[in-house]
Design a protein around this ligand. Structure first.
Ligand code: GLY
Length: 566
């Protein structure tokens, strides 16, 4: 797989993150009353203030979501979508699917040229690449149903940050600078993210007046402030001028969907995660179910024997993902079959001592599928009562489609690339798919986002999630196994080097220091192929220690985020 632009940008952001790690901000925090962990420190503070003023975890999460749209424009968003997993103090678990949707005028081959080739620019860049945004509707749905505070209070910090501006960190200033050549292709974005084409410097105040007005409209009119009226007109007009597909009808019809949480178990822990339209939860539970068959001791960490089992498991998981996962409103996803422990046991039993080539591994067959009741950033929140929220949200690539809506000041997603534009042709994350994830009007494109809450004795134990496209699933999986199997404290579990296999391409990607020469040689002998050394995910996690009644928050040292607790 060629290193995609997403991968390059992600790497550069991460490198800046490492620089900030040398001068760490609030990476690791302890607190007895509440905790917020996210990819940008100002947004984390917004969430903490809401908790301190008596808001619950949902209030804080929604405030963080709006704040990130201002302070973390590479991935925080109004113009994207996401998923929220909620565990309430009364034991109820639920999820909100606010993934973007294909516009009403979408069709299966809309991104193919006359010879059947995928039009990569059209599906990855500019207005043509955008799905109907879901973030505003989804965050407001969560606030109205599960929050306790008024919309005005929750949204005001984001408005203040946009209107009054904030001091640019070196990471954000550097990422604007790095993106300048891209923004130069899109004048509306160049206007916002540069000073007449000259890069911002760290420490300068960055204001976003248009964005402030859009968020003001949401504060005043709720979802109608975004999906109807002046700001909807601006979006639709820009779509018409520049070959995009989103219409007023698309905006008015958009609804988030509340869905039962997907539930699994792993060695006496309960896994609460996201059902389809994300593949993340199903893939995570399938992987954990397979691994549960292995006896894993803490000293097995990073051993070739453990990695062999992990990679063999992941090949099956991603083969199943490609074949069976899509928006359940359009395609019957065999969730029960895929997350069945017996199915996982059969896969585990099939493992040999050697690597099985990916082309020899096929997705599982589910003859009678049961009809089931489906650049990115993650934030985790817990409050004093034990309400826990895990949110992953995305505009897909770093800075999404790269296009700002003129007059509205927010970036549009390029999420149409998460559909399978053509069976078997990889998207920017190297992921392949087929019928299950083919483009259809109003369908949600498949995601890998895996916001998850792990319960121990029915109480939140771990709140976890990550960006990283196809590597989200493996990043979340490894943090969970690091905590449960390898008994690492949270900071170690998050910072430990990660590895990745996604069936196709048939190769292991790994982080620097992730594989010793011994381990690599042993895996080579088993028949594995090695791919890129790259950064794999950016985890924002909280762990609860019931014996101390305290929370530990950890923002991944690979990034420049923060944990804020009290
Ligand atoms: N856009 C990345 C994902 O949803 O998986």
């Amino acid at each position: 797989m060629q290193k995609s632009i997403f991968s390059k940008i992600f790497t550069i952001l991460i490198v800046f993150g490492y620089i900030s790690f040398i001068f760490p901000q609030q990476k690791l925090q302890k607190g007895a009353h509440g905790m917020v962990v996210c990819a940008e420190p100002l947004a984390a503070k917004v969430g903490l203030n809401i908790l301190k003023k008596g808001g619950n975890a949902v209030d804080a999460a929604v405030a963080v979501g709006f704040a990130l749209a201002v302070t973390y424009p590479s991935a925080g968003n109004l113009g994207g979508g996401g998923y929220m997993v909620i565990h309430l103090k009364n034991g109820k678990n639920t999820t909100i699917d606010f993934r973007e949707k294909a516009p009403l005028s979408a069709s299966r081959d809309m991104y193919l040229d006359s010879t059947g080739k995928v039009l990569v620019k059209k599906i990855q860049e500019s207005e043509s690449s955008s799905g109907v945004p879901g973030s505003v509707a989804g965050l407001l749905y969560a606030l109205e149903k599960y929050g306790t505070q008024k919309r005005e209070i929750i949204i005001q910090p984001a408005i203040n940050l946009a209107k009054n501006g904030f001091q640019l960190s070196s990471e954000t200033a550097n990422s604007f600078k790095y993106m300048l050549p891209e923004f130069k292709k899109f004048p509306t974005s160049l206007k916002v993210f540069s000073k007449n084409g000259e890069p911002y410097q760290a420490g300068e105040i960055f204001t976003q007046n248009q964005l402030a007005k859009t968020i003001e409209a949401v504060k005043k009119n709720g979802r109608d402030g975004f999906y109807k009226g002046e700001f909807a007109d601006l979006l639709v007009a820009q779509m018409k001028t520049n070959g995009g597909y989103i219409t007023h009808a698309d905006l008015e019809k958009y609804q988030p969907v509340e869905k039962d949480a997907l539930q699994g178990s792993y060695r006496a822990h309960t896994i609460i995660t996201m059902p389809p339209s994300s593949s993340g939860g199903v893939a995570l539970i399938e992987a954990l179910n397979i691994l549960e068959n292995a006896k894993i001791k803490p000293e097995d960490f990073a051993s070739s024997a453990y990695y062999h089992i992990l990679f063999q498991s992941l090949k099956h998981v991603y083969a199943d993902r490609a074949q069976h996962l899509g928006d359940p409103a359009f395609f019957t996803v065999p969730v029960t079959g895929l997350t069945d422990k017996l199915y996982a046991g059969k896969i585990f039993k099939s493992f040999k001592n050697k690597a099985t080539a990916s082309n020899k591994i096929k997705a599982g067959k589910f003859t009678a599928p049961v009809k089931e009741s489906e650049q990115t950033t993650h934030f985790s929140v817990i409050d004093k009562d034990g309400n826990a929220v895990s949110v992953t949200t995305t505009i897909n690539s770093s800075y999404g489609s790269k296009v700002i809506v003129e007059g509205a000041g927010y970036l549009l997603n390029n999420e149409m690339d998460d559909f399978s534009a053509k069976p078997g042709v990889p998207n920017q994350f190297g992921l392949v798919g087929g019928e299950a994830n083919a483009i259809q009007p109003e369908k949600r494109m498949l995601s890998s986002m895996t916001p998850t809450i792990v319960l121990k004795n029915n109480q939140p134990y771990l709140i976890v999630g990550s960006p990283g496209g196809s590597t989200i699933i493996t990043a979340v999986l490894q943090v969970i196994t690091n905590c449960i199997d390898f008994q690492m404290p949270l900071a170690k579990a998050v910072s430990a080097p990660r590895v990745h296999h996604q069936w196709l391409p048939d190769r292991i990607d790994f982080e620097k220091y992730g594989l010793s020469a011994d381990t690599k040689n042993a895996l080579l002998k088993k028949g594995y192929v090695f791919g890129e050394t790259r950064v794999l995910g950016l985890v924002e996690a909280i762990m609860y220690d019931a014996s101390e009644n305290s929370f530990t928050g950890c923002s991944d040292p690979r990034g420049s985020g923060a944990a804020e607790g009290y």
